[in-house]
Design a protein around this ligand. Structure first.
Ligand code: XMP
Length: 326
């Protein structure tokens, strides 16, 4: 019979059979899929799995800590966090075009991950236990969409890691390949993955980098991170997390408007709230959030984030608008 318990037992056996005595490495994003995949593989092979979290400095408030502390405490995974915020900021300097931002962030992400993975491989080779596998949180809908093939991945070892071939071939471990999202969540809960991660709303890979309209700078990220944290806190407090598919908070960094805050006139930035309801992100409608929740978010952001003097609400469906602003 099909139960979540049986899915876990079967997958744990399959992972052990595939990996044998070798080691595996897994990139964690803080999202549901990579977290549950990592938790399953760690259940199967324990410390022979090493997870790598690339902190690109574009995550929301508390997200790295959530993985570093709560996820590790709950699952026992061996985690390496790479703080690459400065490197991403440097690469993003002067970039305002959305697609260029995506390209730059994607390119740096792969480089940083590959360097970190190569270090894990080098360490393990020294100890005589090679890393031969890469864990990925591929779900059933991804398998169908991409035509079904599973196989290998190549990681470039770069030149800062001595004694490794230039390219390393990995076998892919994809323990979620037969599962839909709701099943992945149930597996995650059963494995003790924290609820905040299991029920996390979708968040784009390029992170806050595509929620600053204009150039991405450290100061702007800090402003957006604080505004976003307030919006998320109030939506959670109002019990709206499951009703809202996601709620991007967008900083219009190149726009300024006049306001009056505290003792005087200000010339600050607007943030946009973009709450949407959706089934699959292909189409979406703007969520009719209760006025009092909107009011609380607006008051708190303009009180607590000095640089922001207006909060505006995006009331566009998708299409014609996309969910993100970039
Ligand atoms: P749009 O803005 O196209 O977004 O309506 C649809 C869904 O995709 C997410 N999104 C991204 N996810 N990399 C990602 O991993 C991206 O570059 C990206 N752009 C948009 C968005 O958050 C929404 O869930």
């Amino acid at each position: 019979t099909w139960t979540i318990g049986n899915v876990i037992t079967d997958q744990v056996e399959a992972i052990r059979a595939q990996v044998g005595d070798a080691r595996a490495v897994c990139g964690l994003s803080g999202g549901v899929d990579s977290s549950v995949a990592a938790a399953l593989v760690q259940r199967a092979i324990g410390d022979r799995l090493t997870c790598v979290l690339v902190d690109h400095g574009l995550l929301r408030e508390g997200e790295v800590e959530q993985v570093e502390q709560d996820f590790v405490a709950a699952t026992g995974v061996d985690l390496v966090v790479v703080d690459a915020a400065d490197r991403f900021l440097a690469a993003l300097a002067g970039v305002s075009d959305p697609e260029t931002k995506r390209k730059v962030i994607g390119r740096e992400f792969i480089r940083v991950f590959e360097e970190a993975a190569a270090r894990v491989v080098a360490d393990s080779a020294e100890q005589g236990e090679p890393v031969e596998f890469l864990v990925q949180g591929t779900l059933y809908p991804d398998v169908v969409e991409s035509g079904g093939g599973s196989g290998t991945a190549t990681i470039k070892s770069h030149h800062n890691v001595g004694g490794l071939p230039d390219d390393l071939e990995f076998g892919l471990v994809e323990p979620l390949r037969t599962l839909f999202k709701d099943e992945v969540r149930r597996v995650g809960l059963e494995l003790g993955v924290p609820e905040e991660i299991v029920w996390r709303q979708p968040f784009p890979g390029p992170g806050l980098g595509i929620r600053i309209v204009g150039e991405v700078t450290a100061d702007r990220l800090e402003i957006l991170r604080r505004a976003d944290a307030i919006a998320r806190e109030e939506l959670t407090a109002a019990g709206l997390d499951r009703e809202v598919w996601q709620c991007p908070v967008v900083l219009l960094a190149d726009v300024r408007s006049v306001g009056v805050q505290g003792d005087g006139r200000t010339y600050g930035h607007p943030v946009v709230l973009r709450p949407v309801s959706s089934e699959d992100a292909m189409t979406a409608d703007w969520t009719r959030l209760p006025y009092d929740v909107l009011a609380t978010i607006s008051t708190r952001i303009t009180n607590e984030v000095r640089e922001v003097n207006r909060v505006v609400l995006d009331v566009t469906s998708k299409p014609p608008g996309t969910i993100e602003w970039e």
